[in-house]
Design a protein around this ligand. Structure first.
Ligand SMILES: N[C@@H](CCC(=O)N[C@@H](CS)C(=O)NCC(=O)O)C(=O)O
Length: 220
């Protein structure tokens, strides 16, 4: 039997969370090694496990894969979550980059404070409501999935992004009925439903301990 993928990252969301979501949606079980100390991180670099001295890193199919986008594309292609042809993939890529940009506005929040944090929270709502969500609302008119007739990484990441933004602005979907329906529908897909349940590998909102660990390992 093939080995389970093994994820190397901090015990929190960051750049690895979309990988956890995608494996969860694909119904693939995985193991994780959480970085708790600088020594652990330096050791991975010393033994040559991190091509660019960075995490996320995923060990799967005999490879040590880095760069979040490369990891996600490989998993999406392997588990049939990457459309049916080149044109599908092009649209999937565009939608995924949009949700990635939106999530990259949310990910730094736990590391910010005061005015900078307040401005970032405003920016997230503005970008979600005026730039990103209208695009997805339109794309989903009359169809269940963003691209074609099957679930893709674009749908998985859109649901992740919606839930992430809702944690900061719980009314953010109030003017997006299509996205509300999408959220309900997609959350009922069995693999995703399981991933959304307590006790899954999904990570909670980052807390102070996570922030302190990342700061200690990367910036001290
Ligand atoms: N382009 C990379 C960036 C990865 C990245 O910035 N990782 C951070 C942790 S979230 C890191 O390892 N930083 C250490 C460093 O860059 O030296 C990706 O998308 O995976």
């Amino acid at each position: 039997m093939a080995q389970k993928p093994k994820l190397y990252y901090f015990n929190g969301r960051g750049k690895m969370e979309s990988v956890r979501w995608l494996l969860g949606a694909a119904g693939v079980e995985f193991d994780e090694e959480f970085l708790e100390t600088k020594e652990q991180y330096n050791k991975l670099i010393e033994v040559g496990s991190l091509l660019f001295q960075q995490v996320p890193m995923v060990e799967m199919d005999g490879m040590k894969i880095v760069q979040t986008r490369a990891i996600l594309n490989y998993i999406a292609a392997k588990y049939n979550l990457y459309g049916k042809d080149m044109k599908d993939r092009l649209f999937i890529d565009m939608y995924v980059e949009g949700t990635t940009d939106l999530m990259l506005a949310v990910i730094p929040l736990p590391f910010q404070q005061g005015d900078a944090k307040a401005k970032q929270i405003d920016l997230i709502k503005n970008r979600a409501v005026n730039r990103y969500f209208p695009v997805y609302e339109k794309a989903l008119q009359g169809q269940d999935f963003l691209v074609g007739k099957q679930l893709s990484i674009a749908d998985v990441q859109l649901l992740e992004a919606i839930l992430m933004v809702e944690e900061v602005h719980n009314d953010v979907l109030s003017h997006f009925p299509g996205l509300q329906a999408f959220k309900t529908r997609t959350s009922e897909i069995p693999t995703i439903k399981k991933f959304l349940q307590p006790g899954s590998k999904r990570k909670p909102m980052p807390d102070e301990k996570y922030v302190a660990t990342v700061n200690k390992i990367l910036f001290s």
